[in-house]
Design a protein around this ligand. Structure first.
Ligand code: SF4
Length: 343
């Protein structure tokens, strides 16, 4: 079967491709998503999918169209119905058109994977286009593999977007607080019981992680200072805290990774790396750069994570700011050395 799969992003494609390949179906992925804004976000998702497609050796077609103007013009009169009135139809119709022109037998979409999309509406729309274009619609309820795909996407280090795609959904991700349960298949476990790795931002009682943070920065006074205004992130492996990080804002362009620490039992397994990747994805939408201050011992680790530009050294920082001598293994810590990573 020659299958064309409309693909909205790399993370959503992971489970769909794996599931189809298990059925011995080799999809060609089709990128057409003029609903993703702003441009940097569009580029991040598109380029991540390009790299992933190359990595897993799947055929890919990219229709490059950044459609902010057209999108806004078409949805502005009825923003609340934008998904069904415009966003799903333009993408899926174009996929069927391409399939028709290029001799595909069937069409599907990764939109059937997301638990946050209007699954039944998409299914019906695909059935209608299937009739109209005379091409089969390959329906699968990919939502069953949502957490499996999600965890694999994190493990692969894919760019994990924070909102659906359009500027309205970006705004909603910050301003709308809803407990509405998404539209799910029966027997779907919404509670992420099967998820292995999860990162979340902790808003309450950040001090509960003090003991762990003290393993990386031995001054409670210093930690309290940056914890108050900083963002604290917790990476859990099967619901157990594995790694914690604190990030503060320096100015409108720069954030600083103030503290990152992995619990002893979890060290050497790449959790700090995953956390840094998550943080970079999280902050790259609003900031240009992340800096980190470190001792000599840890420079190679940070350089490997992309903090490859030397910024500055604060001489005698540890002597001037801490009550007692600080040792990192055999190293008597004196200077704080800054490196940065561009987003
Ligand atoms: S919320 Fe998502 S599906 Fe709906 S219009 Fe925006 S990008 Fe499209």
């Amino acid at each position: 079967m020659k299958l064309l799969m409309h693909t909205c992003c790399a993370p959503c494609s992971v489970y769909c491709i794996d599931a189809l390949r298990k059925e011995k179906i080799e999809p060609t992925i089709y990128w057409y998503n003029p609903n993703i804004h702003p441009y940097k976000e569009y580029e991040a998702r598109r380029d991540c999918l390009k790299l992933y497609a190359e990595k897993i050796n799947v055929n890919a077609i990219f229709e490059d169209e950044y459609g902010l103007d057209q999108f806004c013009k078409n949805v502005v009169d009825n923003v609340n119905s934008r998904c069904v009135n415009y966003c799903y139809p333009i993408r899926l119709k174009k996929t069927f058109e391409y399939a028709k022109k290029n001799g595909y037998d069937a069409v599907t979409t990764t939109l059937l994977y997301s638990i946050y999309q209007n699954h039944n509406y998409i299914k019906k729309l695909m059935e209608d286009y299937s009739q109209q274009y005379g091409i089969d619609f390959l329906y699968r309820d990919f939502r069953h593999g949502f957490w499996v795909g999600h965890d694999k996407a994190i493990a692969e280090g894919l760019y994990m977007q924070k909102y659906c795609g359009c500027i309205y959904s970006e705004e909603a991700s910050f301003l709308t607080h809803t407990n509405t349960k998404p539209d799910l298949p029966e027997d779907f476990e919404f509670l992420p019981a099967k998820r292995t790795i999860m990162v979340s931002k902790e808003k309450n009682d950040k001090k509960q992680y003090m003991d762990l943070l003290l393993e990386s920065d031995p001054s409670e006074k210093m930690i309290e200072k940056y914890l108050e205004d900083g963002d604290l992130f917790v990476l859990r492996y099967k619901d157990v805290v594995a790694c914690v990080a604190v990030v503060t804002k320096i100015d409108n362009d720069i954030v600083e990774l103030k503290n990152i620490i992995t619990k002893e039992d979890f060290r050497g397994k790449g959790y700090a790396k995953k956390m840094i990747k998550y943080l970079a994805d999280n902050y790259k939408q609003r900031y240009k750069r992340m800096i980190v201050g470190t001792t000599e011992n840890n420079i190679p680790f940070y350089v490997k994570q992309g903090f490859d530009r030397y910024e500055k050294t604060i001489k005698n920082y540890f002597i001037d700011n801490y009550d007692k001598e600080i040792w990192d293994g055999e190293l008597h810590c004196m200077d704080l050395i800054y490196y940065s990573k561009d987003f």
